[in-house]
Write a protein that binds this ligand. Structure first.
Ligand SMILES: C[S@@+](CC[C@H](N)C(=O)[O-])C[C@H]1O[C@@H](n2cnc3c(N)ncnc32)[C@H](O)[C@@H]1O
Length: 238
């Protein structure tokens, strides 16, 4: 990966984490000492217990993101980003559809991998205009503009206007929209397409309809990867 992109990603990961911790602290009712204890406890939890933990404290979901002030970036972790990059390097998708791009952290992992391969395009979708502006700046700073097609607006409308097929899809919008959104993109998939969805653990209740739908339909082979926020890894079989 280009060192300028590595530096940018490091900064964006740090910013995102700092924002989340500051928002969590502002919303947490207890003392600073209690907050630190809970933060330490969170770090020791296995991934699949983290969502329930945050939920119990009221520190997860769309309400948490939109509750006060500036919308959070909510970027994927560096570990998840490296996983996305490796998925692209190994599967060599010509077309990637990213649903929920925020300020572009996951987009940069996809685009950097496409640059390494020398071809391909990631369609990046984001509703929030300020986030889209930052996404475009980050893409330009990394010099990966040739591999990114930014679509600003509601993802359901954006998807309705797409055609052809996508080799890889990444779902990272609000968790309660995963299933309706997936139903809408099914027509853009082909046998062998890979669909990845983040937050299967951290938004466990909200994503349950999506998980059930995939589990129950023989056209899809699916498993939840047990790391970070929980990533659903689905392959279209037929
Ligand atoms: C978890 S963040 C995405 C993080 C991003 N993948 C990254 O790694 O930086 C979810 C994003 O989905 C966007 N979003 C939520 N609902 C949307 C919608 N209906 N259309 C487009 N974007 C939406 C939010 O504005 C938010 O930026």
């Amino acid at each position: 990966m280009a060192s300028s992109t590595t530096d940018l990603l490091r900064r964006l990961h740090e910013q995102s984490q700092t924002e989340v911790i500051a928002r969590a602290r502002a919303q947490f009712q207890g003392s600073s000492e209690e907050f630190l204890t809970l933060a330490e406890e969170y770090e020791t939890l296995v991934p699949r217990l983290r969502g329930r933990f945050l939920e119990t404290l009221g520190l997860s979901g769309e309400d948490f993101e939109s509750s006060q002030g500036t919308p959070l970036s909510l970027a994927v972790s560096a570990e998840t980003g490296r996983f996305l990059r490796n998925m692209v390097l190994s599967h060599k998708p010509a077309r990637i559809l990213e649903l929920g791009s925020s300020c572009g952290v996951s987009t940069l992992y996809f685009a950097e991998a496409l640059r390494t391969l020398g071809s391909g395009m990631v369609v990046a979708t984001e509703l929030d205009a300020d986030k889209c502006a930052r996404l475009r700046t980050h893409v330009a700073m990394s010099g990966v503009g040739a591999y990114v097609d930014v679509r600003e607006g509601d993802v359901f409308q954006t998807v309705a206007g797409l055609d052809g097929t996508f080799d890889m899809v990444f779902i990272d919008v609000w968790a309660d929209t995963y299933l309706p959104l997936f139903r809408q993109i099914e027509r853009l998939l082909r046998p062998g397409s890979i669909v990845l969805a983040d937050n299967m653990y951290t938004a466990e209740d909200a994503v349950r309809p999506y998980k059930r739908y995939l589990d129950d339909d023989p056209r899809f082979s699916t498993t939840t990867l047990d790391f970070e926020s929980g990533v659903e890894f689905t392959v279209v079989v037929s």
